[in-house]
Design a protein around this ligand. Structure first.
Ligand code: ZN
Length: 245
């Protein structure tokens, strides 16, 4: 393998798998980084491992950091994951599945690794359209973190070229799925659900499942993963939409 090195944040979900495929397609030697951060389930880490292997990542590292020390999120703490929310509810404010400062923490780890690797590119699959209202998925945040990255590191000071790459930032979920399909992503390997059962079967009702199912429906494709139940509104017409779609 040749090509420049890049660090790719890989959660095991649909967006990060597509982002890894973009990095590989652009010729990067992709160093995939996942986190065991105290999330409710580790099914997504198994998915990340499968995706990294399938898409030819140069290596896949899982960093252990325990965000349960602080809690404050339905994904790490003892709050319930909201289910079957309406379009208005999903669009209203920052949900309890937000993990405090998670992307800042993840990007900081990615930056440290990138500096060691001599990699000037860090890929993250944030998306400003079909997202759940998280502040650390916005373009303003990414631009600000890129400034930090170049101020904070030797590689940034000496080269001024660290880039936070967000190839999905302006895409709808349907466009992300079409892009990934065109790059050979096997979405049956990915895991998106915030609250899967003990066998890893997606709930079909959390915000992440709803956005994913809506994306496949709008792309005119069927989602290859199994669901415990699917929302009734998935079968509704195109006039029925979730926010930002
Ligand atoms: Zn779910």
């Amino acid at each position: 393998m040749s090509g420049p090195a890049a660090v790719v944040l890989l959660s095991g979900g649909l967006d990060s798998a597509t982002t890894l495929a973009v990095a590989r397609h652009e010729g990067y030697h992709a160093h995939a980084l996942s986190f065991r951060y105290g999330q409710r389930h580790t099914i997504e880490l198994e998915a990340a491992r499968r995706v990294a292997a399938a898409l030819g990542a140069a290596e896949h590292v899982v960093a252990d950091i325990d965000l349960r020390l602080f809690g404050g999120s339905a994904l790490t703490g003892d709050m319930e994951v909201p289910k079957a929310r309406t379009a208005d509810e999903i669009g209203d404010g920052i949900p309890v599945t937000y993990v405090p400062a998670r992307n800042t923490i993840f990007l900081s780890y990615a930056l440290a690794w990138a500096e060691v690797l001599g990699a000037r590119d860090i890929f993250i699959g944030v998306n400003a359209l079909d997202y759940s209202g998280y502040p650390d998925c916005r373009p303003e945040f990414i631009a600000a973190f890129q400034r930090v990255a170049n101020l904070a590191t030797r590689i940034g000071v000496e080269s001024g070229e660290v880039r936070i790459r967000t190839p999905l930032i302006d895409l709808t979920k349907a466009e992300i799925i079409r892009l990934g399909r065109s790059l050979g992503v096997d979405y049956s390997l990915t895991a998106t659900c915030y609250d899967p059962d003990q066998h890893g079967v997606a709930c079909g009702q959390c915000d992440a499942c709803l956005l994913r199912l809506k994306g496949f429906a709008e792309a005119g494709l069927s989602d290859p993963i199994p669901y415990k139940s699917r929302p009734v509104r998935e079968r509704a017409g195109p006039g029925d939409s979730y926010p930002n779609g």
